[in-house]
Design a protein around this ligand. Structure first.
Ligand code: RIB
Ligand code: CA
Length: 314
């Protein structure tokens, strides 16, 4: 069976790097035809540079990288250097990227590519604020029925939020873009923090990854070690959630995830709850069940698969 065509929209971010490397280590199942970058964890110039470093690390500088929107549709950009470090992928020891960014804006690339590919062939994975995809849908609504599925890391429900008590970072940064996507009618799968908090990366797993000894494995372990230092005030153990990698894990092994179709809407009105993903878990609104909400993950199976795939990279 042909590999599934995907575009990854991302704001690297160490966990974005794991999602990218996990996908690049799975060429039989996933064909990463393009990467688009967005302002999020760190400003756009850095997320774009980081994406280039990651594809070069994996020996895949053939994959085109397109820079997109520097900030959200309406709000002012909020970054997360406090989590990811000043570069956004602190921990990585790699040369400056030599691969150029593509000249086309990521939003125009998304529109052109989705319109050019056969209908229903292309999956869009968003690992950061959904600005690029939201703008593409606003610019050219005809792309909506042509997208096979949008698989996103974002949101939260029983776990609340990690940017505010109510909102997860990716949705909080650009709730208006998320609203456009969630109301568009496109098939959605959401890996919220309720899912990603169950994918806890342990120091032991990181050490096993480092022992693989390849440059990709060692550098991924370096990024993980840096990423792991944040969150000791939140998590009771030394393990940390590797959020974005859950998107790749779902594409490769959906059986590892609990799943539930629900209506999910984005709260936009209150300064206290803006960016909240309102999950109608018990279907009390009667609204369309627009989203496959991912729940608990089989963490052992997930990390075994990710180790196996990361080990195939140079
Ligand atoms: O809330 C976690 C999300 O915010 C992840 O995508 C992480 O990379 C940051 O972008
Ligand atoms: Ca991210």
């Amino acid at each position: 069976m042909a590999a599934r065509k995907i575009i990854i929209d991302t704001d690297p971010g160490q966990d974005d790097a794991f999602a990218l490397l996990f996908a690049l280590g799975s060429p039989a199942e996933l064909d990463v035809i393009g990467i688009t970058t967005v302002g999020g964890n760190v400003p756009l110039a850095l997320t774009s540079r980081n994406a280039l470093q990651i594809v070069e690390l994996a020996g895949r500088s053939d994959i085109p990288v397109y820079a997109g929107c520097p900030g959200p549709m309406v709000k002012k950009l909020k970054t997360a250097e406090y989590v990811h470090g000043p570069t956004g992928i602190d921990g990585l020891e790699a040369p400056d990227p030599v691969t150029p960014l593509q000249p086309q804006h990521a939003v125009n690339y998304l529109v052109d590519k989705i319109m050019a590919e056969p209908e229903g062939d292309l999956t869009v994975c968003t690992l950061g604020p959904m600005t690029n995809l939201g703008m593409a849908m606003a610019m050219e609504p005809r792309i909506i029925p042509r997208i096979r599925e949008v698989v996103l890391m974002g949101g939260g429900f029983f776990q609340g939020g990690n940017a505010t008590p109510a909102a997860e970072f990716n949705i909080f940064v650009d709730p208006h873009a998320a609203h456009v996507v969630f109301e568009s009618g496109v098939p959605l799968t959401m890996a919220s923090i309720d899912c990603t908090y169950t994918a806890q990366m342990t120091p032991e797993w990181i050490n096993t990854l480092r022992a693989v000894g390849t440059r990709s494995a060692v550098q991924a372990a370096n990024m993980a070690d840096f990423f792991r230092r944040y969150g000791s005030h939140k998590f009771p153990t030394e393990a940390r959630p590797i959020h974005d990698a859950c998107v790749t894990g779902f594409l490769l092994a959906p059986h590892l995830f609990q799943q539930r179709l629900c209506n999910v809407s984005i709260e936009l009105m209150s300064p206290e709850t803006i960016g909240m993903t309102v999950v109608d878990w018990w279907h009390v609104t009667g609204r369309r069940k627009n989203c496959n909400v991912l729940g608990r993950i089989d963490s052992d199976g997930f990390f075994a698969l990710m180790l196996e795939r990361l080990s195939t990279l140079p």
